[in-house]
Structures are given as structure tokens and as C-alpha cells.
Design a protein around this ligand. Structure first.
Ligand code: FES
Length: 358
């Protein structure tokens, strides 16, 4: 459950402020505020450009939703001020002007996203979530203490690897592959502070893998059980973990890949914590499986076979779930649903989000 405190609207709202809405259209601002507060965000509204910029400076919100038509300043001027280098506040533009020129100018000035008015609540939440995440990353990178801690964790990891008695050559190979993985993750996390976070994340992953191998006494003949536990922990078999297991158990990586490819229980692609499986078998097909798939795809924002970037949801199609009498049917984790409509799907997804936040 999100424990962030709600603030009252308007000037004088108590920090920490998640979102500042700069919009003189009271109805539009109120609708955005309601959507965001229902999702647990702390929100304030400014109906004037100067007042909004002052609030942004003093309260340091994670995200500013800026209506380009706000009075008191020009929208582009306000955007340029909000997007100044070094700021942890992420500006998101809202406008009724959907021209390409306007969008290009906003992106050039540093807008994180560009939302058309009237703003779609789902798009608003998605954009704000990404903005708040990016703002958090920037703040962490700016905090010398946090940065130092992350670097120290990376050094700890090197020390542990040496103490485990790895040969220097093997260690160098591992470091090279970790470096690659760190870069890969850093690219996904954004340029600021990404690498430090990536190293800390990898170190955590390897310690989890070590704990699993230790449970089986680092035995080669327990490889399948070890991989099953890794699959259960990470929901897939990440390549840096397989490289680590290969080195620690002295089993060639190609042998591990052979096993991972052979058994259906293993996935070499990232999978979300929650699985949505839409049946496209004959009974479901004739009773509207494709419409159901379209609805699920729209609700999750994913195409079949895709997993979201936070590894929360995976959408797949299957040939028969063994309950044809319910057709068309979807299995969500271990539950079956008969032809759920969009609002039922949204409720299922919201419940999952709440459980994740709790
Ligand atoms: S065809 Fe869909 S459950 Fe059997």
C-alpha cells in the first residue's frame, strides 16, 4: 500500500510533492489531480505560470504537468526553465496543439513526454510513473552518500569474487561479461546514475544465485534443480546468472543453455511476475478469443509474447487451457477468467499493482 501523504491543492502544499499541475483550466486540472491522487500521488495545482514556477523551485516536485497555454509566462519559456540541466524535476507537456512542430519544439526544450488534451487517464498515469522513476534516479545520482554506497557495493563484490578463489583469468572474463550487462542495464535505466545502480543490481542477483547454489552444496548434479530455483526467483534465466552458474559449478555454458532450451519450464527471455495467457484454441477461437486478446493487449499495453520493461506482466497466447467449456478464456497466474470485459481486466491489473506497492 502506498503510504505517501496527500497534500491539499494549491500554494503552501507540504512537500514531498510528487506532481505539480500547471494548468489554468480548473476542470482539466481537477480531473488529472483526481486520477493521480487515486493512484497515491501527492499533487498540487497552480493556475498561473509564475506561481507554478515558484512552486516548482521551492517544493521540488518529481514531475510537473505543464499546460503550454498557461497564463503568466509563455509555455515554452516555462518548459525551458523547468528542464534546466541538473534539475531532478521532470517536465511533461499537456496541450491541445498536436502539431509535429509543437511536439518537436517541446522535446528539444527537454519535455519528457507530450500528452494531448483532454488527457487520457491511463496515458497520464503511465507517463507520470515513468517521470517519477526518472526523477528518483536523478536524485539518487545526485546524493553523494547514495552514490558512494553503490560504488562500495561494487567493490565489495570484487572482493568477494577474489575470496571465493576464482582464477584471475576467469575473474577477468566474468568482469567483462558483467561490464557488458551493466552497460546494457545502464542504457535502459537512463544515463544518470544508471551504471552504479546496474552494478548494485547485478551484485544482488549474483548473491541470490549463490544462495541457491549453496542450498544444493554447489553440486553439478543438482543443476536442473538449481535452474528451477533461479527460474522461480527471477521468473526467467538471465544470461549473466547463467554465466555465473557456469563459472561457479564448472559446467560449460553451452551445456546449461542446452538444458534451458530443452525444458519448457525454463525461459531464456525476460518474463513478468504476472502471466496473462489468452487461449486461442479452437473452442475459444470460435467464441471470440481474438476480441479478448485485443482487449487484454490494450489493457496491458503489450503485444502477445511481450513483457513490460519493469518485468511485471507477460502476455502470451496458448493453444488450450483445458477448460473449453469456459471459452473464450484467459488464465492470469493461477486463476481462470471467462471472457472478462475491459473493466474486469483493469480491476485485475489494479489489484496486482496494489499488491506490488504494499
Ligand atoms: S480451446 Fe480454449 S480452453 Fe480449450
Amino acid at each position: 500500500m502506498d503510504t505517501r501523504k496527500m497534500t491539499t491543492i494549491g500554494p503552501g502544499a507540504s512537500p514531498p510533492l510528487d506532481v505539480l499541475i500547471m494548468d489554468d483550466d480548473a476542470a482539466s486540472a481537477a480531473a488529472c489531480r483526481r486520477t493521480l491522487e487515486e493512484d497515491g500521488y501527492c499533487v498540487a495545482v497552480a493556475g498561473d505560470g509564475r506561481q507554478g514556477l515558484q512552486a516548482a523551485e521551492s517544493d521540488g516536485p518529481s514531475v510537473v504537468l505543464l499546460d503550454l497555454g498557461i497564463p503568466g509566462v509563455t509555455g515554452f519559456e516555462a518548459l525551458a526553465r523547468l528542464a534546466e540541466p541538473g534539475s531532478a524535476t521532470i517536465p511533461i507537456v499537456m496541450t491541445g496543439d498536436g502539431t509535429v512542430d509543437c511536439a518537436v519544439e517541446c522535446m528539444r526544450l527537454g519535455a519528457h513526454d507530450f500528452l494531448m488534451k483532454p488527457v487520457d487517464p491511463e496515458k497520464l498515469l503511465d507517463s507520470v510513473r515513468r517521470g517519477v522513476d526518472l526523477s528518483t534516479l536523478r536524485r539518487q545520482a545526485d546524493a553523494p552518500r547514495a552514490k558512494q554506497d553503490l560504488l562500495l557495493q561494487g567493490l565489495d563484490f570484487l572482493g568477494e569474487a577474489y575470496s571465493l578463489g576464482m582464477e584471475k583469468r576467469q575473474l577477468l572474463d566474468e568482469l567483462a561479461s558483467l561490464e557488458k550487462e551493466a552497460k546494457h542495464r545502464a542504457d535502459g535505466l537512463g544515463r544518470t546514475g544508471g551504471k552504479e545502480r546496474a552494478i548494485a543490481g547485478i551484485r544482488e542477483d549474483l548473491l541470490k544465485a549463490d544462495a541457491i547454489m549453496r542450498k544444493y552444496g554447489f553440486r553439478k548434479d543438482a543443476l536442473i534443480q538449481t535452474l528451477l530455483d533461479i527460474q522461480e526467483t527471477f521468473h526467467w534465466l538471465p544470461r549473466h546468472i547463467l554465466g555465473w552458474v557456469s563459472g561457479r559449478l564448472h559446467i560449460p555454458l553451452r551445456e546449461i543453455h542446452g538444458i534451458a532450451n530443452f525444458y519448457e519450464a525454463f525461459s531464456l527471455e525476460p518474463r513478468g511476475r504476472h502471466s496473462f495467457q489468452v487461449c486461442t484454441g479452437t473452442a475459444c477461437h470460435v467464441r471470440g478469443a481474438s476480441e479478448l486478446l485485443t482487449r487484454v493487449s490494450a489493457a496491458l499495453g503489450l503485444q502477445p509474447g511481450q513483457t513490460d520493461s519493469r518485468l511485471t506482466y507477460t502476455l502470451e497466447t496458448v493453444h488450450c487451457l483445458g477448460c473449453c467449456a469456459l471459452a473464450p478464456v484467459i488464465q492470469v497466474d493461477s486463476e481462470y477468467y471467462r471472457d472478462p470485459d475491459r473493466s474486469r481486466l483493469d480491476t485485475i491489473i489494479k489489484t496486482m499493482q496494489k499488491e506490488t506497492q504494499a
